[in-house]
Write a protein that binds this ligand. Sequence first.
Ligand SMILES: [Zn+2]
Length: 89
Amino acid sequence: MAIVVRGKTECSVCGDVIAGSDDIVMFPHFIWDEAHPLWRFSDSAMHRRCFVDWDQAKQFRRIYNETWPEIMPNHRRTMQSDGIIVELG
Ligand SMILES: [Zn+2]
């Protein structure tokens, strides 16, 4: 999972520093192809609002939800439409 240092780490969408009280979402590394347009967002953190408003959110979520079961078949998780990742089962 992305390492977030509040007051230092930048939101990968808006670039603003993530403050202590910000509502954020975090993602593990799940896109390995550095040429992939969404690669830099994998293993990053975002304001939850930035994720929800992000025009790539739908695709990013789809890739996560397709890829994660292949990486971790015994640790099932899904990314919700608000960017929160929840355990399944
Ligand atoms: Zn942001």
